[in-house]
Ligand binder design. Sequence first.
Ligand code: MTE
Length: 314
Amino acid sequence: MNTRIADRIPATEITPRPLYESRRDFLRVASLGCIAAGIGALAPGAAWAAQKFANLAHSPYSTDEKPTPYKDVTTYNNFYEFGTDKRDPAHNAQALRVQPWTVTLDGLVARPRTLDLDALLRLAPLEERIYRMRCVEGWSMVVPWLGIPLAALLKQVEPLGNAKYIEFQSLHDTAQMPETRSRVLDWPYTEGLRLDEAMHPLSLIALGLYGEQLPRQNGAPLRLVVPWKYGFKGAKSIVRIRFVERQPDTSWMRAGPSEYGFYSNVNPSVDHPRWSQATERRLGEFLKRKTLMFNGYGEQVAGLYTGMDLRRNF
Ligand code: MTE
């Protein structure tokens, strides 16, 4: 089972979840968690998270919006390796072995490397990033991720001049992920970014959320988070990151090329062929809200797409 930081905090110091979910209290509890983590006996497999909680840095990239309740973030999931119903991953992913775990970076690089989680966490201080997330299906949430900038990881391997794109591969282990015997998607789950998108400071490798290790249903032990793109860009449980010259095909492009493009930027003026993308429903809210271009991150990322036709490159 996932070991939560909260489990290691003396009962008297645990702040009830509703308080945790307001932004100010989230920060307070996160720092409280690091003190407790430093003194408590660690459960096996929890060391990597606890160790870095002591360095938790608040990011200027965080939104001030209220995080979506933890329960919604961790029980309303897409992780097709564990089933296609939103409630399946929270039930079916709990036996996934997340330690030991390694991620291999290879392809067009000067120094290919395979890193374990501890090595990954030595690359940069773990940051709290509260990001708006928008799913292509029309729902959205605000998630307090814990992670390191993707760029910190990619720089380790010294990309060669002809490396233009990055391909991310999730674990594909039919013994642990029985649903991958079905052909609902082309396995392993594969996603991609252009190199400059991947190097953008908003692109994150998440290792936790809500002050805790990443729950398995959310992509433990590490997943990609790209807040200005539809949620499916965020490959979960990543084992391989490959640098390539040509734009890679992704699992969703193979499943529906007219529905899921490579760029997948949140764009309210480009409808999905079967539904509008103009509005979204924030989990936990009743009324729909307008979807923002680049999910509200235009100021930071619009420059990546100067001169591109974002209707054609959807
Ligand atoms: N990664 C893998 N390996 N398998 C998946 O099915 N689903 C994607 C993405 N990453 C998926 C995945 C989709 S469609 C979405 S919307 C997000 O994960 C959902 O992330 P969440 O469950 O943490 O909200």
